[in-house]
Design a protein around this ligand. Structure first.
Ligand SMILES: Cc1cc2nc3c(=O)[nH]c(=O)nc-3n(C[C@H](O)[C@H](O)[C@H](O)COP(=O)(O)OP(=O)(O)OC[C@H]3O[C@@H](n4cnc5c(N)ncnc54)[C@H](O)[C@@H]3O)c2cc1C
Ligand code: SF4
Length: 318
């Protein structure tokens, strides 16, 4: 990889001050270092965030929990309070990569990770997402690509945590220069829906500080199907969360992962509340097929997405 300056940030303000138009933030480095080794990005300065105190805290002292950007995925997967109260979040974390990756990778890095499209990751290709003029996947090898997209790039968002955090109505606290922004997960990714160059809505120098997760939804789950049981991304993932009071459902949200450049919301009036019958679940899962636009090699994702929606909803209602 190219030479670069290495700087340690000792505070959020310090990280912002160190940031330039040609710098990148480094957390666990699982994604960033891979991109640098392949010359996909060549930052002049790398700013280590791991040296910022307090960004690795899990604060459960109020009804809205606060997880610092440097909390590792392993910590999320094994935290007893998360397992008891937000089981879907622990499940999503425990499915990330492998134990080695989970020990190092962080919440902030997982949300801000870049496309896994094999054309994007190829050092000698310059596809649309890297500023070129062609999406090679559309007419090429698109087995792992999106069923839904608002732009010519069909690279899907693959962060497990984004899918469950979307279902849990989490908000992401971002420092942008001197200002603080609080983004929903939908807002954190919305730019990637319309803009082929975007992996998410973060701008150069934006720093994810923490994620706020309301705990009102007392049922949640996360499921995925992958080709391998370890060391692999989901072909399709699904998260569902809701609030059950005396058998009555409210605020049910279902999101799919790895099928769109954003965590994809499964919308249905049947999710608005009341009782969730077997027929209703079947109808919600069935509705996905008519909205999807499969390509030559990824049509198999539609029945997987439907099965995962069925299973995730059945899991939270029983
Ligand atoms: C073999 C393999 C399998 C994997 N399987 C999965 C999987 O199943 N599910 C899944 O979700 N992921 C998977 N991953 C991806 C992995 O989880 C991510 O690469 C990792 O979470 C990134 O976290 P990190 O802390 O290492 O981030 P880094 O690599 O340090 O950073 C990633 C990106 O985020 C930016 N960044 C980091 N922290 C912040 C912050 N606080 N604010 C703003 N920007 C920031 C960096 O500048 C960089 O662009 C896999 C990776 C590998 C190599
Ligand atoms: S899907 Fe996106 S990242 Fe992949 S080749 Fe097409 S433009 Fe590039």
């Amino acid at each position: 990889m190219n030479n670069f300056e290495y700087a340690r940030a000792l505070s959020v303000d310090g990280a912002i001050q160190l940031s330039t138009s040609e710098s990148r933030f480094l957390a666990g480095g699982i994604d960033l270092v891979g991109e640098m080794k392949e010359y996909i990005i060549s930052p002049k300065r790398v700013i280590d965030l791991k040296t910022i105190p307090d960004l690795d805290r899990i604060d459960t002292s109020s009804g809205t929990w606060k997880l610092g950007a440097n909390v590792t995925i392993a910590e999320i997967a094994k935290n007893p309070q998360i397992i008891a109260t937000l089981p879907g979040l622990a499940e999503a974390a425990s499915e990330v990569g492998s134990p080695q990756i989970r020990n190092v990778a962080t919440l902030g890095g997982n949300l801000a990770q870049h496309s896994r499209c094999w054309y994007y990751r190829h050092r000698d290709l310059r596809c649309l997402k890297r500023g070129g003029s062609t999406c090679y996947a559309r007419e090429g090898e698109n087995k792992y690509h999106s069923l839904f997209s608002g732009n010519p790039c069909i690279s899907p968002a693959v962060s497990n945590l984004a899918v469950i955090l979307a279902a849990l109505d989490a908000r992401v606290n971002v420092r942008r220069g001197d200002t603080e922004q609080t983004l929903t997960i939908r807002e954190l990714y919305s730019d990637a829906w319309n803009n082929p160059l975007a992996h998410n809505s973060l701008q150069q120098g934006d720093l994810i500080v923490h994620v706020e997760i309301p705990t009102q939804k007392n049922r949640s789950t996360y499921l995925q199907v992958s080709e391998k049981s370890e060391f692999d991304w989901a072909l399709v993932s699904c998260a569902a969360a809701g609030r059950n009071t005396g058998g009555q459902w409210a605020d049910i949200t279902v999101f799919l992962g790895a099928v769109a450049p954003i965590p994809y919301r499964v919308d249905s009036p049947l999710l608005e509340g009341g009782e969730l019958s077997k027929d209703a679940i079947e109808s919600i899962a069935g509705s996905i097929a008519s909205k999807a636009t499969p390509l030559a090699h990824n049509g198999y994702k539609v029945p997987i997405a439907q099965a995962l929606v069925r299973r995730a909803l059945a899991r939270i209602v029983t």
